[in-house]
Write a protein that binds this ligand. Structure first.
Ligand code: FMN
Length: 460
């Protein structure tokens, strides 16, 4: 049950893309803290007014229940989640956010950014349909099954968009939104944060602020890399589909070669060695290509996940810097002593969740490294398959030159040749893409290694 009475006015609360806001809750979703941007956008007079209230105080009636059901499922199983949420401010305005929510030692923490990609339009449409499904419930007993239908609908639609699961979808959404935001955020914001740095000494916050600013810059670079890979995922998937077709084509060629050699009766017997060798190449290429595509899918999913965790870590590092800056600016404006104990405790929540994202990032980088190593091996295997295929083509051409009426066979070998030529080009492009990912992985690993040694304990 929502604990607020606000009616939506349909008017949108505008806010800048630079702005980030957060709130923390206890295990039951009761608000424990938040920053001033959160208060302002939600139109409350003070953060204190929000503290102690259940988080559904800003729930918008347009939001399908199934989204929150998923949110709590993820959180209670110890996982983070990213979700688009339409919220209701105290004055009835609405505002959309992409919320990144994760468990924290005292409960949960949510960091939010302004969505700025086309994904939101798709999500809005989806949520409307989900809500319509949920509203089919006429009696309370029908609510749970209708919510399950609404969630099934979401998962099905996500699959039609090309994602295997909600996880894959949120990984992509988070990286896309974080990258779009990163490109749009002006240098104005950075200079604002750096001005705060000048005043940070007074409050003893200089080390913390400069650390988060540095982390933010490092993560910007990692995010840019992750985004390039994610933008190339379509191309990699296309390559994987091409290779699957190649395996089928080589199989068909080997069958055609057998049929053609039978047509040649006695003369065709001399081609037995070649048809046999084509059959062997076909089974080998099938083996190599299915292993390769399996690892490629693992790589793609690892890359998406890595992008998600980089975006999360970046969001949290930047949120921490913004929060520190907000506190410093408030101190300058009011020239009163801020509540340092409260501020430190909120900062600690952000810091702990940042570290958890870094650990998750470390795990996802490992999930990228393994298929990457395997893929390099599969590429050399594929190259040697292509070499054998090319040799079979040369041998075949020599053999059929002595045989009369061997047009069919000649066609088969002409096809072998054209497949080899195209496949070699595809493999080179594929190799380049894999090499680019391999070169970036040490960057991700180095960042991770530096995080395990670069911890500044925040005294509460
Ligand atoms: C850390 C955290 C942040 C949350 N943020 C929001 C939010 O911004 N908007 C919202 O409607 N619900 C948010 N929720 C979910 C609410 O707790 C609640 O499940 C949701 O509003 C649905 O309320 P209902 O069960 O009364 O329908 C958040 C929960 C947690 C744990």
């Amino acid at each position: 049950m929502s604990s607020q009475q606000t009616s939506p006015t349909g008017c949108e609360r505008r806010f800048d893309i630079e702005e980030l806001f957060f709130s923390t809750t206890d295990k039951y979703g009761v608000i424990v803290s938040g920053n001033d941007v959160f208060r302002r956008i939600a139109a409350y007079d003070s953060v204190d007014e929000l503290i102690g209230k259940p988080h559904n105080i800003i729930r918008h009636p347009d939001m399908p229940r199934a989204v929150f059901y998923a949110l709590w499922q993820y959180l209670q199983s110890g996982k983070s989640i990213a979700a688009y949420v339409k919220n209701l401010a105290k004055d009835g305005c609405y505002y959309w956010v992409l919320a990144f929510v994760m468990p924290s030692p005292c409960g949960y923490i949510s960091v939010r950014l302004k969505p700025s990609t086309e994904i939101l339009k798709t999500v809005e449409k989806l949520y409307k349909q989900m809500l319509a499904i949920e509203q089919e419930a006429r009696i309370p007993a029908e609510r749970a099954p209708k919510m399950a239908d609404s969630f099934d609908f979401l998962e099905k639609q996500i699959k039609t968009l090309g994602f295997a699961s909600y996880d894959e979808f949120m990984h992509m959404a988070m990286t896309s939104e974080a990258s779009a935001r990163f490109k749009a955020v002006s240098s104005k914001q950075l200079s604002c944060l750096e001005t705060s740095l000048l005043h940070s000494q007074d409050l003893g916050l200089r080390d913390d602020l400069s650390r988060f600013l540095r982390l933010n810059t490092e993560l910007d670079q990692l995010l840019a890399k992750a985004e390039t890979f994610i933008a190339n995922i379509g191309q990699l998937s296309e390559k994987s589909r091409y290779l699957e077709r190649l395996a089928q084509d080589v199989h068909l060629l080997s069958l055609n070669a057998i049929i053609s050699s039978h047509r040649l009766a006695d003369a065709g017997r001399s081609l037995a060695v070649i048809t046999h060798s084509l059959a062997q190449i076909s089974s080998r290429s099938n083996e190599v290509i299915s292993e390769l595509t399996r690892n490629l899918h693992a790589l793609i999913s690892g890359l998406r996940e890595t992008g998600y965790h980089i975006s999360a870590a970046k969001l949290q590092a930047e949120m921490s810097a913004i929060f520190l800056s907000e506190s410093i600016e408030a101190h300058i404006k009011n020239s009163s002593e801020p509540d340092m104990v409260k501020m430190r405790s909120d900062l600690l929540q952000l810091e702990v969740s940042f570290e958890a994202s870094c650990r998750d990032l470390g795990q996802s980088v490992k999930r990228v490294s393994l298929p990457l190593r395997q893929l390099s091996r599969h590429i050399s295997d594929l190259e040697s398959v292509l070499k054998t295929l090319s040799n079979a083509h040369v041998l075949g051409k020599i053999e059929v030159a002595h045989i009369k009426d061997s047009v069919h066979f000649q066609t088969v070998f002409a096809e072998v040749n054209s497949h080899v030529t195209i496949a070699k080009r595809e493999v080179t492009e594929f190799q380049d893409a894999i090499r680019a990912v391999s070169q970036a992985v040490p960057l991700f690993e180095r960042f991770n290694a530096s995080q395990s040694t670069d911890h500044i304990p925040i005294a509460a």
